[in-house]
Design a protein around this ligand. Structure first.
Ligand code: FMN
Length: 186
């Protein structure tokens, strides 16, 4: 079998009990063997300030060095006030600079949003996609993943208990593996 693709996973919430972190873990469980996924933390990143590029903070450098060699990127995010939570936008900005050295360019991506609300984080999902267009991340269009009522899908240990959601996540991850293959040169 060819080497598994290295997929960097980003969780848009910093909350310990985050639904989206549980979703990210469920996505990892549901992925085909062709993908090797790992969560890349974003909560330690200082807020982006272009003045700091002369001597970039160590967490920015470590983050860029982790994401740069990844084959693909996967986002699981809540919606904050109909948009992308600030820590995730900050991570996108940190990874995008210095100018001309973005770690995102050309990496196939996928987006899932989850919320206790009925709309399933649609606004955040699409605002994130807007940034991904500029960052030259080809983001998988289908299946779309807006998971509403997501607080009801896990048990007390954070395990996914809903079978139809599990089936959907398996389909989503298989489609993402195919998307990565279709959007990777070698
Ligand atoms: C600052 C803030 C803004 C929020 N705005 C929205 C929103 O626009 N749409 C929505 O569906 N839920 C919104 N919520 C509720 C979140 O969906 C809910 O807290 C969710 O559990 C957050 O994701 P997490 O569990 O992964 O941390 C908001 C929560 C916070 C703290």
């Amino acid at each position: 079998m060819a080497t598994a693709r290295d997929v960097a996973v980003f969780v848009g919430s910093l909350r310990k009990d985050s639904i989206n972190r549980k979703m990210a873990n469920a996505l990892i469980e549901c992925a085909p063997a062709a993908l090797k996924l790992g969560i890349v933390e974003i909560g330690q990143l200082p807020l982006y300030n272009q003045d700091e590029e002369k001597e970039p903070p160590a967490p920015w450098v470590a983050f860029r060095n982790r994401v740069r060699p990844a084959d693909a990127v996967l986002f699981a995010t809540p919606e904050y006030n109909r948009s992308v939570p600030a820590p995730l936008k900050n991570a996108l900005d940190v990874g995008s600079r210095p100018y001309g050295q973005s770690v995102w360019t050309g990496k196939p991506g996928a987006v899932l949003s989850a919320s206790p609300g009925a709309i399933g984080g649609f606004g955040a999902n699409h605002h994130l996609r807007q940034s991904l267009v500029f960052l030259n991340v080809p983001a998988m269009q289908q299946p779309e993943a807006y998971i509403g009522g997501a607080d009801k899908l896990f048990d007390a240990n954070g395990k996914l208990t809903n079978d139809s959601t599990r089936k959907f996540l398996q389909q989503f991850m298989q489609a993402f593996a195919d998307w990565i293959d279709a959007n990777t040169k070698s």
